[in-house]
Design a protein around this ligand. Structure first.
Ligand code: SF4
Length: 505
């Protein structure tokens, strides 16, 4: 069979809405395209498996950057990790490697790159593993176009344009490499400037946004970013109800009947890449669509009445949709903090005939959870409720952009609501953290007793915290900050906390 589009994926493929490529495949099929998937190819011969696509290859490392997936924060190759279901399946810099294999076997085939790795490497970026600034991944991969963020709208537009032999220009949510300068685009400091100046790197960081047309000169080329398209509730309802078989393999068992309620995160934590991957505005599905999806489970033979998870990046951001401006929602008085939509949804889903239990296993943002929500949530907790305060030192929390909550107050509220046990997650070695701050965290952990795990900060490409790590400056103020960089200090900052690390650093 000759496919219109062939996806090459650096992780396992599942016909399940938790797999981004599965959504794209079903969405394209619904719109009349035939789609094949090659999962975790081992060499260029594997790329030939399904022949040459009529329109293009779509390449993605999957939900994680391949370097983050393959290496620990101390740059050790990650071993097989039962807890994360991790096995090395994709090569380092998977997107570039796959594109080179495609070029080797199908020289003139068009290549579209997307997913987390492409999204976080769309402009010049600091690469922790090479300890250097790399150019946009459009250069190394030699791909024709890059899709950033969620990709359903972009991939369909690209398919239509390629089918109709139109140029791949002006597509919202994509980046291209071109020789022409474009008017009306915000210009980032060019690649050569940021190689020379850490201040310029900070300037670039402060300008990064999914909501702007951006341009960056690199040598004789410009990398152009067309602003992100707006995804709506209606769009998400359509994507998540595409009739997936939901079959997962044994390693993913326990998530079969997970339901995605929304996309995006308004938290804007500086160490997190969600702002650039999923976006910093919430888009929630309609209540009706979520209920329809859960009702459809009750007709599946393997459904035992348990919804494994009802959530998104932070479960309680459901319903906090607002697109009035491009500013940071978490600080805004207009943000709907009532939790009413989430509460209403929880009440309704547990009344669906055939549903015995609905779990909320996604973490929650504790500073956005009110008493009424917590009283409701206690019906939906499986084991302990996961909370990620990340740190306790005010200065570190400010550098993380996570200083709005009051942990003590939340614990009190949670107990009063009869919520059960909490599991706390922390991060050490974030820029700003010396042994002094690590010791402060240690004291708090002793007091809390039920701290679950700690991770060493990993500088993933294009985050604000990674900018701090590389420049040793706070990009917001350009003030100098202390950054723990040696492995010896990182190990020591982690060791004194006396906690296990679920990611085996
Ligand atoms: S008005 Fe406030 S809540 Fe709405 S988008 Fe702007 S910052 Fe976010």
């Amino acid at each position: 069979m000759e496919y219109d589009i062939i996806f090459v994926l650096g992780e396992r493929y599942f016909d399940h809405p938790l797999c981004g490529i599965a959504i794209l495949k079903r969405w394209l099929e619904k719109n009349g395209y035939s789609v094949g998937v090659i999962e975790t190819p081992n060499n260029s011969e594997d790329i030939k498996k399904l022949g040459k696509p009529r329109l293009f290859f779509g390449v993605s490392s999957g939900a994680m950057d391949s370097m983050v997936r393959n290496y620990t924060a101390l740059k050790r190759e990650r071993e097989k990790d039962e807890f994360l279901g991790y096995e090395k399946k994709a090569p380092d810099r998977a997107v570039t490697v796959y594109c080179n294999w495609i070029k080797e076997k199908f020289k003139d085939s068009l290549i579209v790159i997307g997913g987390t790795e492409a999204t976080l490497r769309r402009f010049s970026h600091y690469d922790y593993w090479d300890n250097e600034i790399r150019k946009s991944i459009l250069f190394d991969s030699r791909a024709d176009i890059l899709v950033y963020g969620p990709g359903e709208k972009q991939i369909l537009e690209i398919a239509e344009k390629v089918k109709n032999k139109k140029e791949l220009r002006e597509i919202k949510g994509t980046c291209i490499k071109t020789r022409e300068k474009k008017e009306g685009f915000i210009e980032l400091p060019n690649h050569e400037e940021i190689l020379e100046s850490k201040e310029k790197f900070c300037t670039m960081q402060n300008l990064l946004s999914n909501w702007e047309n951006l341009a960056q000169k690199t040598g004789n080329f410009y990398v152009l970013q067309y602003e992100s398209p707006r995804y709506t509730s209606k769009d998400l309802d359509e994507y998540y109800e595409l009739g997936f078989t939901r079959r997962l393999d044994n390693k993913m068992k326990g998530f079969d009947f997970s339901v995605v309620t929304h996309r995006g995160c308004i938290g804007n934590c500086n160490f997190c890449s969600l702002r650039l991957t999923m976006g910093d505005k919430i888009v929630s599905r309609s209540e009706e669509s979520i209920i329809r999806e859960i009702k459809s489970f009750t007709k599946m033979p393997n459904f035992k009445g348990v919804v494994d998870d009802l959530g998104g990046p932070s479960a309680n951001m459901y319903g906090m949709d607002c697109f009035l401006c491009k500013k940071e929602c978490i600080n805004c008085s207009k943000l709907d903090r009532s939790n009413k939509k989430m509460i209403s949804l929880l009440k309704k889903v547990r009344e669906i005939p055939g549903v015995k239990k609905v779990f909320v296993r996604s973490g929650i943002r504790y500073d956005l959870a009110n008493e009424e929500y917590l009283r409701e949530l206690k019906h939906h907790i499986s084991g302990k409720l996961k909370i990620a305060p990340e740190h306790v030192n005010k200065k570190i929390l400010q550098l993380m952009n996570k200083d709005k909550g009051n942990l003590e107050e939340f614990i009190k509220k949670f107990k009063e609501a009869g919520g059960g046990d909490l599991a706390f997650y922390f991060m050490t070695c974030h820029p700003g953290s010396s042994m002094k701050e690590a010791k402060e965290l240690k004291e708090k952990i002793k007091q809390l007793k039920n701290a679950e795990s700690v991770q060493i900060f990993t500088p993933t490409p294009m985050t604000v915290s990674t900018c701090m790590y590389y420049t040793e400056l706070n990009p917001a103020t350009k003030e100098k900050i202390y950054v723990p960089k040696t492995f010896r200090e990182k190990k020591e900052q982690k060791r004194i906390l006396g906690l296990k690390d679920y990611r085996k650093k």
